[in-house]
Design a binder for this molecule. Structure first.
Ligand SMILES: CC(C)(COP(=O)(O)OP(=O)(O)OC[C@H]1O[C@@H](n2cnc3c(N)ncnc32)[C@H](O)[C@@H]1OP(=O)(O)O)[C@@H](O)C(=O)NCCC(=O)NCCS
Length: 195
């Protein structure tokens, strides 16, 4: 479901794939060859959510702009996700920045004003707390997330390769989707004949 909010409609590149069961609302921009998988939610209502190219948002992940309350007044933060980023199944990115070529592991959390620098990896189930910055090419794990080790050159390249492979999978889905909508079109408007 793709929905406008406060007059802002999601802008999704024509080469990007969005599964019909994903929900995308408001001020959201999605770049070329990116993909959004079943059940994922991307909500750009408090502020903008931008997603680069060749990035995948896997099943049931939640991407939202951030809201922080000091003295009872809300302050809003955009969420920015770069290119060649893998957001694993069931992860949450809320009011945070994820730079290019990162992996945000399945079921992990990246919270308000956190920043994941280029080429880093947040481990399965980790929680990157508010205002925390993960340095470039660093693996972090645990709650709260702490550095485990650095990313090797080989792993850094592998993140990009994995993102490109996901884009190929998305392309296959896009083609299948257009074939089935063409088939519906051929069938035309269903009509019952009079006796
Ligand atoms: C973080 C990760 C990259 C670590 O891999 P690794 O460097 O091979 O680490 P190891 O498996 O050798 O484990 C090293 C130590 O870290 C711990 N560890 C590894 N992953 C952990 C995690 N997610 N949370 C907490 N501890 C973790 C291990 O228990 C081990 O601890 P020990 O030394 O006390 O025994 C990997 O576990 C992970 O979480 N990958 C993310 C995958 C993912 O979600 N991809 C996207 C979806 S497709």
């Amino acid at each position: 479901m793709i929905e406008a909010f406060r007059g802002k409609k999601p802008r999704i590149h024509k080469t990007a794939f969005v599964h019909p069961s994903a929900v995308i609302i408001g001020d959201v921009v999605i770049g070329k060859h990116s993909s959004v998988w079943p059940g994922a939610v991307i909500r750009g209502d408090f502020a903008k959510v931008s997603i680069g190219s060749y990035t995948n948002i896997q099943d049931n992940a939640v991407i939202h702009s951030g809201d922080i309350y000091s003295d009872g007044k809300p302050e809003y933060f955009p969420t920015k996700i770069g290119s060649y980023v893998i957001i694993g199944h069931h992860a949450l990115v809320h009011g945070a920045i994820v730079e290019n070529q990162c992996i945000i592991g399945a079921s992990s959390l990246v919270f308000n004003r956190a920043r994941i620098r280029k080429g880093s990896m947040v481990g399965l189930g980790a929680a990157v707390l508010r205002d925390v910055e993960v340095p470039p090419r660093t693996v972090v794990v645990g709650i709260p997330a702490r550095p485990l080790r650095t990313i090797t050159d080989e792993e850094f390249k592998k993140i990009k390769a994995q993102a490109i492979n996901y884009a190929k999978l998305a392309e296959e889905y896009l083609k299948a989707e257009s074939r089935s909508s063409q088939a519906r079109h051929k069938w035309g408007k269903p009509r019952l004949r009079r006796k």
